[in-house]
Design a protein around this ligand. Structure first.
Ligand SMILES: Nc1nc2c(c(=O)[nH]1)N[C@H]1C(S)=C(S)[C@@H](COP(=O)(O)OP(=O)(O)OC[C@H]3O[C@@H](n4cnc5c(=O)[nH]c(N)nc54)[C@H](O)[C@@H]3O)O[C@H]1N2
Ligand SMILES: Nc1nc2c(c(=O)[nH]1)N[C@H]1C(S)=C(S)[C@@H](COP(=O)(O)OP(=O)(O)OC[C@H]3O[C@@H](n4cnc5c(=O)[nH]c(N)nc54)[C@H](O)[C@@H]3O)O[C@H]1N2
Ligand SMILES: [Mo]
Length: 809
């Protein structure tokens, strides 16, 4: 979230799209209720299904899965055509006036630089034009034909209300009503928030859907404002913490990135990440990258990381490719992987194309499952009948189960969607042989280190040199780890301006990342967490909920990254003179000498408001980007592409360009491409989702949950049920190109047929919670049906839109 849960109460308009907060985030949803009750906020829900979120909405609109870029692109067109944008904001705080290179183009659904063979873009033309001084050229009048404003207007001119209706199936009148409501937040003092989750993320164009939404919020001046923002409602209680700590194959803690194999030298690695400003007088905060990086290497390798050995840079793996889930399953299925460790993860149930995952697991030599429970993954070799028909005698994989504790059986911190690190205390002792994940990992490490010590190996140094400064080596405490993430001084730290003065003593915890240095004198395991356990102690354990301004800014409750800041980009909530855009909800303001207010300023505290420094300090241009000059795989402006299994067979925006049917820059393995179904054989559009009454695949082990939702079902609309002659409560078979499931049919009014390009499209809703382990009635894994293809940027699987055929069982 750019903002946080409590802040939702400050919104005037709330858009829930690509998520179902009332059912998947029922506790956080109370802030939607607060906004409605106390501010008269209006709630909009856009979902293929009429959900419980929709049931309390002021306006509900249906949409075909996977077409949200058309809808949101349509909103962008509406705002630009009607000139309903926050002018002061976009002029000063975004790249609208920046001029784009002459060789940039967009034709027939593809941007300049496309290589069809590699399914990849050469992105060099997707950039701004530079002047002699190295800075970007701009046209503040916004008249230049290649300024971002003109290019964007031209790009979205095609996204008319007629197109929205034709492609998304959303009636034009509904769409225009929603446009009007969103446009009502263009005035400086009105705000809309967006709450989304997997309905946007789990698509082959997921990241671009989310970007389109962010662009809409920028046009309305809603980013950085209380009650505004773009808010990803995260899933597991600590999934935010997972990405923060770099548990993705290409990340290091704090969103630092692993080197790739072309980056063998440290100076080269740092230069590519230490970005120089693209406009005069900009902060370009990533210029501090070396401080964060060197402090991380000191935290990991301590004394073994020295200036002479480039802070142990050679110890870091250099990536040849992304090792995301889909890649790992592909390697397993190709027989290229010996072992796999699943820690709190049930991939047979959670990953797409169950048959492929099963095949991969069966080719491993060993599988380790660290989990409090038996799972489908740990039992993959078991013949469960029709839902898992395997022959155990043919499977040689050795499976080790290491029983772990659960969060309630240990102390520690969880990072919520609003980036708050909240400390918690254990509520019970673990049963039986269960041990904490920390203890298991520590013992695994000690044994591996012992073996390297004894026997050597190809490259033992990174293991032997790892700094392991814990009182009990075999069981580091959560407190020790939390302090390590937060960071400390390794020697007495002199004040850079007055070297005689010592600002921190050796061994003392640091107050925040501003104290980190790149000379090896500080250690910090995750720079964005720096200060969470500061010189005064554990700030994550704070529980002061006083809210002096009444806008929900409880700065004394827990600790938020970065720097206890609650709303990101909050400098953008004030105008060029430093006056809050909304005088009723003052977030931060310039008091004549410094920035002050209800939040920790996301800016240099004593930087005068009119100095020309932009509020988006992480970007080298200092402003927010409509034109994604770097980064996105499929283009600098989001464009609609069909799901890989499309009910149309072509992209209605580019019917004559087969290369532009589905995401042209998505990575697809040959085998998975061959495993895609066609609409002629699989005529119904399926989407998968969760129910309030279950949590994924583990609550089917809990009696009460198994009682309230005992049996697997699929939801089909009345029209489709009638067409197929299926009555409510009858059993149906749902098949895709990859397999089939059988379940009870729940015939509902909540899913209506949509008219797309003149033809009727039916959606089928498939809850994900059943499997063949647990005490609920055994069922089929929903992922028997789903296709193995991911988002073009981060490989989140396309769980939300694929093709099936429904028939009577
Ligand atoms: N009770 C309960 N709560 C949970 C979980 C749970 O298992 N049980 N899981 C947690 C986890 S890990 C996560 S990640 C979150 C997920 O939170 P959500 O994303 O909110 O949950 P989902 O139910 O997967 O999907 C949300 C909605 O997206 C809609 N949808 C599908 N395709 C599209 C589309 O193309 N466009 C639009 N606009 N909408 C679409 C679906 O109809 C569904 O209503 O929930 C968390 N909360
Ligand atoms: N078709 C389809 N598939 C989906 C989704 C979808 O919407 N549609 N959603 C996807 C999403 S968003 C998610 S997050 C995944 C969820 O997939 P998983 O994360 O694999 O599922 P869970 O059942 O939530 O958790 C996995 C295991 O963690 C264990 N566990 C709990 N606490 C601890 C602990 O402290 N330590 C250890 N070691 N283990 C613990 C639980 O017992 C459980 O068996 O599913 C994904 N798959
Ligand atoms: Mo999730």
């Amino acid at each position: 979230m750019t903002n946080h849960w409590v802040d939702i109460k400050n919104a005037d308009i709330i858009l829930i799209m690509g998520g179902n907060a009332a059912e998947a985030h029922p506790c956080g949803f109370k802030w939607v209720t607060e906004a409605k009750a106390h501010r008269g906020a209006k709630l909009i829900v856009v979902d293929p299904r009429f959900t419980r979120s929709a049931s309390v909405a002021d306006v509900y609109a249906p949409i075909r899965t996977g077409t949200d870029i058309v809808f949101l692109g349509g909103v962008i067109r509406y705002l630009l055509e009607k000139d309903q944008i926050q002018h002061e904001y976009v002029r000063n705080y975004t790249d609208l006036s920046f001029i784009v290179r002459e060789d940039f183009s967009f034709e027939n659904g593809l941007f300049s630089g496309y290589d069809a063979e590699k399914r990849r873009y050469d992105k060099s033309s997707w950039d701004y034009e530079r002047g002699e001084d190295g800075y970007v050229k701009t046209d503040p009048t916004l008249q230049h034909p290649r300024c971002v404003y003109q290019l964007m207007k031209q790009h979205y001119a095609r996204y008319t209300p007629e197109t929205v209706e034709r492609v998304c199936g959303t009636p034009q009148a509904k769409f225009l009503q929603i446009c009007e409501m969103l446009a009502s937040t263009a005035p400086a003092n009105r705000v809309a928030t967006i709450l989304y989750a997997l309905g946007w993320a789990q698509h082959s164009i997921g990241a671009q859907i989310i970007r389109t939404a962010a662009m809409m919020q920028l046009l309305l001046g809603n980013i950085g404002m209380p009650g505004g923002g773009i808010n990803a409602l995260r899933g597991h209680s600590n999934i935010q913490g997972l990405t923060d700590l770099g548990l993705m194959s290409n990340l290091l803690p704090g969103y630092l990135t692993l080197p790739n194999e072309a980056e063998q030298e440290l100076p080269q690695y740092l230069a590519a990440r230490t970005l120089k400003p693209l406009r005069p007088n900009q902060m370009s905060y990533w210029q501090n990258y070396p401080k964060f990086f060197v402090s991380l290497m000191k935290a990991w390798w301590g004394k073994a990381a020295t200036a002479e050995n480039n802070w142990a840079y050679d110890y870091l793996p250099k990536l040849d490719k992304l090792y995301d889930l889909l890649q790992v399953v592909e390697l397993m299925a190709q027989g290229k992987m010996n072992g796999y460790i699943c820690q709190g993860f049930n991939p047979l149930a959670a990953a797409p194309n169950k048959a492929k995952v099963l095949e991969g697991l069966a080719k491993l030599k060993y599988l380790v499952v660290m989990d409090p429970l038996a799972t489908e993954t740990s039992e993959f070799w078991r013949n469960a009948g029709e839902s898992n028909p395997v022959d155990p005698s043919k499977i040689q994989t050795e499976v080790f189960r290491l029983p772990t504790t659960c969060f309630a059986e240990e102390d520690g911190s969880l990072v919520n969607s609003g980036r708050w690190l909240q400390w918690h205390w254990k509520g019970a002792e673990p049963p039986g042989e269960a041990r904490s994940d920390i203890e298991i990992m520590a013992e695994l490490f000690l044994r591996i280190r012992e073996r390297y010590r004894r026997e050597g190996g190809a490259f033992p140094a990174p293991i032997l040199d790892l700094w392991w400064p814990y009182a009990n080596e075999a069981n580091p405490t959560p407190e020790e780890l939390a302090k390590e993430y937060s960071g400390k001084a390794l020697v007495d730290l002199p004040d850079p301006k007055d070297p005689a003065r010592i600002v921190r003593r050796a061994g003392e915890q640091l107050a925040g990342f501003a104290e980190l240095r790149d000379d090896g004198s500080t250690a910090c395991g995750c720079w964005i967490f720096s200060g969470s356990w500061g010189p005064t102690g554990n700030l994550m354990a704070r529980r002061d909920n006083s809210d002096p301004t009444g806008i929900g800014q409880t700065l004394g409750w827990s600790w938020a990254w970065p720097a206890n800041r609650r709303i990101l980009y909050n400098r953008a909530s004030a105008d060029l003179q430093g006056r809050p855009f909304d005088p009723q909800r003052k977030l931060i303001y310039w008091n004549g000498k410094a920035w002050a207010g209800a939040d920790v300023p996301d800016f240099k505290v004593d930087e005068p408001p009119d100095s020309g420094m932009g509020p988006f300090i992480m970007n080298p241009e200092g402003v927010a980007r409509f034109f994604a000059r770097a980064g996105m795989a499929e283009g600098p402006f989001p464009e609609h592409y069909e799901p890989f299994e499309t009910p149309l067979g072509y992209n209605p925006l580019h019917p004559k360009t087969p290369a532009a049917t589905s995401n042209p820059a998505a990575r697809v393995f040959a085998r998975d491409l061959a495993d895609m179904g066609k609409v002629e054989e699989f005529p119904h559009v399926a989407t998968t989702y969760r129910l309030t009454e279950h949590f994924h695949y583990w609550t089917k082990n809990v009696r009460l949950n198994a009682i309230v939702q005992p049996e697997q079902f699929v939801e089909i609309g009345e029209a489709l049920a009638k067409e197929l002659g299926i009555a409510n409560g009858e059993r149906v078979k749902v098949s895709s190109k990859r397999g089939y499931i059988k379940a009870v049919a729940l015939v509902t009014k909540r899913i209506r047929p949509l008219t797309i390009e003149g033809k009727t499209v039916h959606h089928v809703g498939i809850p994900i919670h059943w499997g063949f382990v647990g005490i609920a009635k055994p069922g089929f894994l929903a992922n028997t049906l789903t296709p193995s293809v991911g988002d073009g940027n981060i490989q989140t699987p396309e769980f939300k839109s694929f093709l099936v055929k429904v028939e009577k069982a």
